[in-house]
Design a protein around this ligand. Structure first.
Ligand SMILES: [Zn+2]
Length: 126
């Protein structure tokens, strides 16, 4: 059984997509994904080191500022993945484009929710 590369609907073996619409969306997806590779990897590096530095500050110097800094980094990640919802190739291959976009968007919302919790902690607890 073969499925549409975009929406995962069942299709016959001669096609890659179920309709023109899906093919168009898929092409758009791949173009945007290519264009986003560099900015997304830069944000990943910034957020990764930012979270370490923030965690370090929270533990050693100032829990409030350190936690708030971590929350800012999580917000940055969340917003980036909402704008660029591109999963690694393996996930896209397995779940198809439409579902992998939803998956990355829900992870992004998870980051934003965690950031909100950290902001609340930084403001009211520490
Ligand atoms: Zn389709």
């Amino acid at each position: 059984m073969k499925t549409c590369d975009y929406c995962a609907k069942q299709i016959d073996y001669h096609h890659q997509y179920c309709c023109d619409e899906c093919e168009k969306e898929a092409q758009l997806y791949y173009t945007r994904q290519k264009r986003s590779e560099r900015p997304v990897s830069i944000v990943n590096v910034i957020a990764f080191f930012g979270a370490i530095i923030g965690g370090f500050c929270a533990a050693i110097f100032d829990p409030q500022k350190g936690t708030a800094f971590c929350a800012v980094m999580l917000t940055l990640l969340g917003i980036t993945y909402l704008i660029f919802p591109y999963a690694p190739d393996g996930i896209v291959k397995k779940h198809k484009i439409l579902k992998s976009i939803k998956l990355i968007r829900s992870i992004a919302i998870g980051f934003l929710a965690m950031a909100a919790v950290l902001f609340v902690l930084a403001i009211f607890v520490f």
